[in-house]
Design a protein around this ligand. Structure first.
Ligand SMILES: Cc1cc2nc3c(=O)[nH]c(=O)nc-3n(C[C@H](O)[C@H](O)[C@H](O)COP(=O)(O)OP(=O)(O)OC[C@H]3O[C@@H](n4cnc5c(N)ncnc54)[C@H](O)[C@@H]3O)c2cc1C
Length: 415
């Protein structure tokens, strides 16, 4: 078993590789009998290492990675990665709503929300969940969808893995197999111009366009500011948007083409590979990019201790904002930019890297929305956790009490 974050040192007592619902039920029942904490391992990409609990039983779903497509719905095993589901969808001439990196578990991503390049045109990955098979804390298997266990179905769309083991997730697909997507890289010296141009553009972009903007280090350590557009619409209009984004600065390289969305999922894989690096993440939801915020981001990333550090801004707009806040458990439906501050190191002392992310995160606090993205919040982010589910907090607590009163499943931290 390998976790993405090499800095996690938690040691479980047992790892149970499960290939069927029955094996999952048995593993849950055995852990309960032995009074051991349970955790669920999907794609292993939770930076905080929640797939493992000290002395606990890991329910490893990696054998359950089969994906089938039935009509416009993908039936994804609980251990399928985002790339597994995208590959099966594209083969069927359709596209799943996923995040930015292929090896991230589809269930882990979608249960906690799932920001990605189709936020404007489709919404969150969790908005596409139409049903799930779930093994509960007593080992029983239930179906959760609009007709069965409606409270559980509501909570699974944004409440994370806090209610049971999802052995199959059913996701509505979109009726196209390619989109205009890729990456435009500008030198870091143009970061302020690029971010200011994005600040002016973001409020008026159409639903068809989502642009992920961020600072990253290239393999040789050179820092760049990247704008990654995904356009799901009419070709000429999309090409005009790409030219406009290229005009935010003088690009070093611009590679945007019509392609299946498996390609960007593979491309980001290398940059964020599980290759022995330690990682530490902080998150803020920003109401927009004011000059103060742009200044803080440029100052912070210019001072990053190594070329491994990164930051990313997911643009929450369009369809994602049109879902009623109480319709699913996901708590923040206002337009915003979800900022990830990503510190990384190899063999060196992690302290300066962690400190860098923590300081940038603190500097942005007065400028940010309360709350944050639950999939990235750590257990000690109590103020952000308290606000993360907004008007849904009370119902989420009630569903937790109804389905997992003994708190067997500790996914992303609930208020
Ligand atoms: C490189 C990288 C890129 C990322 N990109 C994005 C992105 O673009 N958009 C975005 O929104 N997020 C992104 N994330 C965050 C990611 O969505 C979460 O960390 C998510 O929890 C990872 O899921 P996993 O299955 O890979 O992780 P794991 O560590 O295997 O699981 C984490 C937790 O998720 C829950 N879980 C996972 N699978 C199941 C299941 N089948 N049933 C019940 N509970 C389950 C459990 O509580 C588990 O402990 C990224 C993370 C990384 C490291």
């Amino acid at each position: 078993m390998r976790l993405w974050n090499a800095a996690i040192s938690t040691r479980p007592a047992q790892i149970v590789r499960c290939g069927t619902n029955e094996q999952v039920s048995e593993a849950v029942r055995n852990a309960r009998r032995e009074e051991r904490p349970v955790s669920v391992l999907g794609g292993g990409h939770d930076w905080a290492g929640r797939a493992v609990r000290e002395g606990g039983v890991v329910i490893d779903l990696s054998p359950m990675n089969r994906v089938a497509v039935s009509g416009d719905v993908a039936l994804a095993g609980g251990g399928a990665t985002s790339l597994d589901v995208m590959e099966a969808s594209v083969t069927a001439g359709q596209t799943v709503v996923a995040g930015s990196v292929g090896s991230v578990g589809m269930a882990g991503l979608a249960l906690g929300g799932g920001y990605g390049p189709q936020l404007g045109s489709a919404g969150l990955a969790s908005d596409m969940i139409v049903g799930a098979d779930v093994v509960l804390a007593d080992g029983s298997l239930v179906v959760a969808d609009a007709e069965h266990e409606p409270d559980l179905f509501w909570a699974l769309r944004g409440g994370g893995g806090n209610f049971g083991v999802v052995t199959e997730l059913r996701l509505r697909l979109r009726p196209f197999a390619t989109a205009l997507a890729g990456s435009i890289l500008f030198p870091w010296s143009q970061a302020e111009d690029v971010l200011n141009a994005w600040a002016q553009t973001a409020p008026s972009v159409p639903d068809e366009l989502s642009v992920h903007v961020g600072g990253v280090g290239l393999p040789d350590g050179t820092r760049v500011i990247a704008a990654n557009p995904t356009w799901v619409g009419e070709a000429a209009e999309g090409a005009a948007w790409v030219r406009r984004i290229e005009g935010w600065g003088v690009p070093l390289v611009s590679q945007v083409a019509r392609l299946p969305l498996t390609e960007p999922l593979r491309a980001t894989e290398q940059m964020f590979a599980a290759d022995g690096r330690g990682w530490y993440l902080r998150n803020r939801n920003l109401p927009g990019l004011t000059p103060d915020i742009v200044g803080a981001l440029v100052e912070a990333f210019s001072a990053a201790p190594s070329g491994h550090e990164a930051f990313g801004l997911h643009h929450f707009h369009g369809q994602a904002t049109r879902v009623a806040p109480e319709a699913t458990a996901f708590g923040e439906r206002r337009p915003h930019l979800m900022l990830e501050l990503i510190a990384a190191w190899r063999d060196e002392d992690p302290a300066p890297h962690r400190q860098w992310a923590a300081e940038a995160w603190s500097a942005l606090e007065p400028l940010a929305l309360p709350g944050g993205y639950p999939n990235i919040l750590a257990a000690d982010d109590t103020a952000q956790i308290a606000a993360a589910w907004g008007p849904n907090t009370q119902r989420l607590r009630q569903v937790k009490q109804a389905y997992d009163p003994e708190d067997s499943f500790a996914g992303i931290p609930l208020p």
